[in-house]
Design a protein around this ligand. Sequence first.
Ligand SMILES: C[S@@+](CC[C@H](N)C(=O)[O-])C[C@H]1O[C@@H](n2cnc3c(N)ncnc32)[C@H](O)[C@@H]1O
Ligand code: SF4
Length: 337
Amino acid sequence: MRRDRPDIMISIVRCQVGFLTASYKRRTPMHEFIVSPYMGRYVMVKPGSKAGATMPAHRYRDLVGAAHDAPAPIWLTAAAREAWGVRLDGKPIAPSVLVRADPGLGYGRASWEVNLGCNYECPHCYLGVKKFEGLEMEDRVKLLHTLRDAGVLWLQLTGGEPMVDRLFVETYEAAYDLGMMITLLTNGSRLSLPRVLELLTKRPPDRITVSVYGGTEKSYDRTTGRQGAYRLFTKGITAAHRAGLPLALSMIVTQDNADEVGLMRGLAERIGAPMDEYTNMVPTIYGGDETLPAQSTAHSCGSGRPSPVATPGTRSSMSTRSARRPSAKSGANRTST
Ligand SMILES: C[S@@+](CC[C@H](N)C(=O)[O-])C[C@H]1O[C@@H](n2cnc3c(N)ncnc32)[C@H](O)[C@@H]1O
Ligand code: SF4
């Protein structure tokens, strides 16, 4: 159902955690590369880059066993040079290369709804009730350590609107610093804020997927139930595009914008961003059908144009073009406490 089906779905609003193992304030120097187990292989990736490399198990084990101040081995410096044009020659492994432990659990991806609150009121939204609630920072750090220890390398942060969460920046930083490749799923309304741009240029995400809710101000604002939303959206994607951030777009076709599909496609072409198209509306997570009247009748189930979605090279998951809501039927483990 989703484009990148994660292994773990998390929707935690409140959680009682009895003890703390780490402080999010303790920061390690920033890495440039991550070496990690992933789906039975050993990969080397670079946040902000689509390139990747794999390595045999014995080389991964050598890195795990090496002292942090040991010089980067020749094969590693060659890989960094060839795949990314980065020179690690003569440098120690740490902090440039963050080598992640192998938990042997096999979870590679997760999606986390950090806060169900949102600044919009889309009539089609499957969340129904959008409460502004989220974990306290200490609990978030604990959760992120759990995900890291489960083997999660690719983490999607979403919501509600993740960027209106009061601890969004700190949460993103904590996840990044633990060695996760981060994808954001956002309405883009906060993308132009200087502190958000600074965060994302300093700690580059793997991808920022911005939902597109219309091709004109009128339909966009109607689809999101919020006057001024189109202006924020265009400001956000313009700023992110200028900053060179990895944008992807998701066209959400509803009854309110179905006649602007061409305009929305044109927008994606203008900024050179890939775009997926979602045409099927699903009921709320509570099972109510309040969202369904938003379904475009011209694109009702099965009459859309489903097509395979291009998945980035290092990914394993596939999906069809459809609705985006996490589903129990997807086989993912969704935790809600
Ligand atoms: C819940 S939103 C969270 C992220 C962010 N607020 C946004 O709008 O992109 C995740 C995605 O699910 C889509 N979505 C929401 N309700 C839906 C529904 N009932 N059916 C299909 N897709 C839906 C949204 O349009 C958005 O693309
Ligand atoms: S779809 Fe996204 S932007 Fe719209 S109300 Fe739901 S969470 Fe907010």
